[in-house]
Ligand binder design. Structure first.
Ligand SMILES: [Zn+2]
Length: 173
């Protein structure tokens, strides 16, 4: 990989190690598809997660969301890098739901390092590459403007400049 995404070689190595080690705490008795995730938080700390399956299959939680929920409940809401490790080759990428979940707490520039089973096997994409034209918190009008939109009392606002008149009136967008 030629780009380092603002990370030191030590941080990249640590990301790989921690994502791989996180697979050990995966609870995946149904699929036997272990996934480990490591987050490098903005404050330099690390949080790991793994996929947690359930006998009621749709209740399963992916490794990325497990790690993010842990981090966010510890007050860490911004991330410098995300590492994801699986036991297959080529590496797996985050599912659609996780891409959107990551988007809530990251802009498009956060790199996602995807590690496969072969030594040194790694694919890196930014969130923006994995989720182009994404919808995130900044796309919502602020709360005050939104309630005015819903009550029909606000027709023009910087935050809703992209909405057509009908959408504004109907509170859509
Ligand atoms: Zn997922």
């Amino acid at each position: 990989m030629s780009q380092t995404y603002g990370l030191t070689p030590e941080e990249i190595q640590e990301l790989s190690k921690r994502a791989a080690a996180a697979k050990d705490v995966s609870y995946s008795p149904y699929s036997n598809f272990r996934v480990g995730c490591a987050l490098l938080c903005e404050d330099g700390s690390w949080v790991i997660g793994a996929n947690i399956e359930n006998a009621s299959y749709p209740v399963t939680i992916c490794a990325e969301r497990t790690a993010l929920v842990k981090a966010i409940t510890e007050g860490k809401k911004r991330f410098r890098a995300i590492g994801l490790s699986v036991d297959v080759s080529p590496p797996a990428s985050p599912c659609g739901m996780c891409r959107q979940f990551i988007r809530e707490f990251s802009d498009g520039s956060v790199p996602i390092f995807m590690y496969g089973k072969e030594v040194g096997e790694c694919v890196v994409r930014t969130l923006g590459e994995l989720l182009p034209m994404s919808f995130g918190p900044d796309d919502l009008p602020d709360r005050g403007a939104r309630s005015q939109i819903l009550s029909g009392s606000l027709l023009v606002n910087d935050n809703i400049a992209g909405l057509c008149h009908t959408c504004v009136l109907e509170g859509l967008g």
